[in-house]
Design a binder for this molecule. Structure first.
Ligand code: GRF
Length: 220
């Protein structure tokens, strides 16, 4: 792995934190040249906070009830994060919609993972919609965050073919498994300075990506 400067990550969570764990594991296993400089949760009970604590990572809890409105919350969030000068803000199951001001402040520096093959199924309950619509494929997407929910330029996707036996539980597990491979891979591409957002779209190794972004298999 390249020994250039580690990518500085601020990771925002709300819940289980399995993607956070996958990123922590990739760093520990020398698959990802990064350091997690801050974990932020908007929920006290987020299990991901325990993962951060166990690993000795700096963590911050910001509760919506302590702020008069979204702008006030995001202003403090932006200050706390900016003070640490991250390279990337990584949304990993962060269940809040960021204000346009926040997104513009960190333009091209915020990425999100979403459990569907965007542009299909923005928002919640993606797995249920895949089953209800009898889709043949499902997967996950990583994209740059723009003010419009789950609509920013795609960086990468990973997908699988559904089988007759698939249920809500099996496809949820399959998507998670793909997410845990895709996020570390994409972050390593950032660490190697292969990825950036330009006015024309997402650049990867000096070339504009197609609108669906990179796709797995990506274990190399
Ligand atoms: C993931 O499925 C991600 O796609 C979505 O929220 C979930 C977070 O899972 N945005 P975890 O908290 O990382 O386990």
């Amino acid at each position: 792995m390249s020994k250039s400067k580690p990518l500085r990550l601020a990771i925002l969570i709300s819940g289980h934190g399995s993607n956070l764990q996958a990123i922590m594991d990739a760093i520990a296993n020398d698959k990802l040249n990064a350091e997690i400089i801050l974990v932020v949760s908007n929920r006290e009970a987020a299990f991901g906070l325990q993962r951060a604590q166990l690993a000795g990572l700096p963590a911050l809890i910001l509760l919506a009830k302590d702020y008069p409105n979204k702008t006030a919350y995001d202003t403090v969030l932006a200050q706390k994060i900016a003070a640490l000068k991250p390279d990337l803000i990584v949304l990993a199951g962060f269940m809040r919609i960021l204000t346009a001001e926040f997104v513009h402040h960190f333009a091209g520096q915020i990425i999100n993972i979403h459990p569907s093959l965007l542009p299909k199924y923005r928002g919640l309950h993606t797995h249920e919609q895949v089953l209800a619509n009898h889709d043949t494929h499902h997967g996950c997407s990583i994209h740059f965050v723009t003010p419009e929910l789950d609509a920013g330029p795609l960086i990468a996707q990973a997908k699988f073919t559904l089988t007759q036996d698939d249920t809500l539980a099996t496809i949820t597990a399959k998507v998670h498994q793909l997410e845990h491979a895709l996020y570390p891979f994409v972050l390593q591409q950032f660490a190697e300075q292969h990825l950036s957002l330009t006015a024309e779209g997402v650049l990867y190794k000096q070339q504009l990506l197609p609108s669906s972004g990179l796709s797995l298999p990506c274990s190399s």
